[in-house]
Design a protein around this ligand. Sequence first.
Ligand code: SF4
Length: 244
Amino acid sequence: MTSGSIVEVFTSVQGEGPHVGYRQLFVRLAGCNLDCKYCDTDFRAAPTFRLEDDPGSGRFRKEANLVAPDVLVEYIARLKASDYHSVSFTGGEPLVQDAFLMEVLAAVKALGWRTYLETNGTLTTSLERLIALCDIVAMDIKLPSVTGRPLPQSHAGFLRVASAREVFVKVVVSEETSKAEIQVAARLIREVDQGIHLVIQPVTCRDRTGSIPARRILELQRTALGELKHVRVIPQTHHCAGMP
Ligand code: SF4
């Protein structure tokens, strides 16, 4: 049994991508293997994590890290899977704790939950170990204009593994994102499967305002549509509704 480091566990609605608005249980795991310029998520490991008392109440109690898989699964087992679309494992990057994640995924699937993995799309070997336990993979392609780093070489291989299950790709775009960058991302997806959905998500500023002109976003969408069948622009929505 491998213990895990958690940041928080809470109920909310999915705020990004094609499953936007569905009720999910979110399990945010600590740690990430990247260091993106626009990252606004606190994923640092700490001696305690936040566990929501009643689902959706916003009232949290502190529990100690590290956590054994069965302790987390016991909490999830008290909830009604049919009230939820799925349980979302997010981060940070959940795959940095693949051994812990694999045990939890297996147990929650046995309880009748659907599993949803939010990932930065770089840890291919870890994904291979647990892809059979994922129902939906929400994969990011990390563009250099947003991360401040070169495009990860591992994205193509990762997407190939993820395509065994339901998968969509999200790219966060900023004012600096070029059409050439979007084209590289769209071609990478097309080489795996032209039918995989691409979601363009304008970067969310800390003051929650959009900073990219609509005309620019539409240009990026048109560029991607030159390569792919399904390209949608979906901004983050949960913050608009005051949700975590
Ligand atoms: S991959 Fe996600 S969590 Fe990790 S640094 Fe980048 S934005 Fe933050």
